[in-house]
Write a new protein. Sequence first.
Lengths: 349, 394
Amino acid sequence: MGGYIKKFIENAGWPRIIIGLFLISLYVAAPFVNVRVLSSLSDTLVRVGMNGVLVLAMVPMVQSGCGLNFGLPLGIIAGLLGATVSLQFEARGLPGFGFAMLVAIPIAAVLGFMYAQILNRVKGEEMMIATYVGFSSVAVTCMAWLLLPFDSPVMIWAYGGSGLRTTISTEGFWRHVLSNFLSFGEEGGTFYFPTGMFIFFFIMIFLVWAFFRTKTGTAITAVGSNPEFARASGINVNRMRTISVMFSTVLGALGILVYEQSFGFIQLYMGPLYMAFPAVAAILLGGASVNKATMVNVIVGTFLFQGILTMTPSVINSLLQSDMSEVIRIIVSNGMILYALTRKTQVKR
Amino acid sequence: MRTNDAAARRYGFGDALKNFLISNSVPIIFILLSAAAIPLSGFSAAYLIQEMFTRLARNSFLVLSLLIPIMAGMGLNFGMVLGAMAGQIGLILVTDWSVVGIPGLVLASLISMPIAALLGYVCGSVLNRAKGREMVTSYILGFFVNGIYQFVVLYVIGIRGMLKIPFTNAEIRIPVTNPQLVLSRGYGVRNAINLTGLRHALDNALQYDFHGGTAAAPFSINVPLSTYIVIAAFCLFILWFRRTKLGQDMRAVGQDMAIADSSGIAVERTRIIAIVMSTMLAAFGQIIFLQNIGTMNTYNSHDQTGMFSIAALLIGGATVSKASIANVFVGVALFHLMFVVSPMAGKELIGQAQLGEYFRVFVSYGIIAVALVLHAWKRNQARERERRGLRGEA
């Protein structure tokens, strides 16, 4: 028994266990401070559905050895372009949402391809460069949002008449089209379950899972675990890495669209700047390392991370009368990334 | 530079010029950009020169603090924000105790130095566990410590800090007694602190007003000599430090850790010392920076410090593995020239100041991205060449 527990702790790692226990204690404490457990649970589930695909977007790049995808904003930008174009053409409902995806995917693929060309030249330094490639692409699109010829009155600034607004409502277009598909309960009620969003999330998980069982997928995993060995067995390393980066970027684009339809707003300009960090923290919290990630890591990590994000404001605030949630979020998410970066995984390789 | 001279002798002037242009391409591009943007912005020369003198005094020290870790081969120290935070804690306390002028600055530095040293030690130890990815680790560490910093200034400092938790021990609960510092909600330090007593304390200690121009269009330029003296002293220190045993050790570690180790240098210790020094200097740099600005945003004054300093250094022509004092001054001047000029230029060019604003954000991020890519690319190519050498004739 003792040995089993020791092994479990070794496998899961201390930070993960501490955070897991912290989350459980938050749920236990919730009823005592008049926080309704059921509605906080459904809040958590909504946020899991919102962020799930963005977290999933980490997997292909981690598997191919490109490290954590700090360049997620690139995929997000493609998603935002899809969203704004669909609003420009007044595409509504589920078909409208599908149209947004159809626009976003090729853009994401092209951006991902270019992004991969950079990353293939800087092996070993991907993460820092990805961060700054993401940041600079956000800054470039900031200029694009001002200059692109959008003229739909729901999107441009009311005065001046040019340039997109910082936040655009998707109300009346495709707000909640996925969330409300086959959903249980009602929004704001005691319990609400966004079934459609979860169906989509699990379809995506299945696709990624199935992809990594194909020949290409296996080759990508091989490149990630040992590039020298992969090359010796005749795998084109750069090509595999390119595919994985494109895949990650496309998933990022789809992820932000799911996020927006649930959130109800499209956030432009500096909005996507730091969006990679919560996704990175979530997958690490789920047990992934810098060079290995599974579907279980994605699901567990998203749930733990979003659970903490939803529970800390309500529980800690009623407990301490002060809003500590932001500080806890910063410390937990960056602490998790730091832990993953400093673990000596290199030795095992 | 010596290699350049040798090249000039062997290949003639044309090649030397080409070499110079290639190795200084980044600053040259920025000089050309500014040359195009200055007339567009419509600022007068006197205004721009005054701005440059002010901004060089304000930022140089912070940027100089980046040099030592580069020497030790640890790349750009994104962890310098740790030092900035330490400096801000010193300033908060000194403002609370109402110590003004030069004594206030000295006291703030004295308080922040041990904090910075401790943070630097932590940072160095963490980076020793992440060899080969120091930059991304120090970058995330900056965010992490920012969380702890916010925790401290929000919930630990303040009359009612650590509110409902039974922490009554005065040693844990740093008592800030000056009501001006405390938020109306009763805990935490105020968002913006007016550093009235410290404002320009160093700049005004010794200054020189330069008057010129014609009677019809006179201008005067104010130069904060005392700040420049401090910066010059620090430059001399760096020049001297490079020649010491420790400085040589750092360069050896920066060249090759394995070789340094086998020649008896304590590699990990040397790396920690480099980061500790950088963090302490960054704390001091942030104090100089904020005494010039005069107000402090408790929660985000330090946010951009790291990025702006690093971008400035890179624009000055430095790389991830090589940076000189000249890079610092050229970089700060060019970066801030663009900073001042680009919103106005954007307004004149397209009618939107916001566009220039975003352009400048893009340049700060983009230059870091490009510098990192070039460095990693070159290193990978060198590695590839080495491998090919081992393979022999194919």
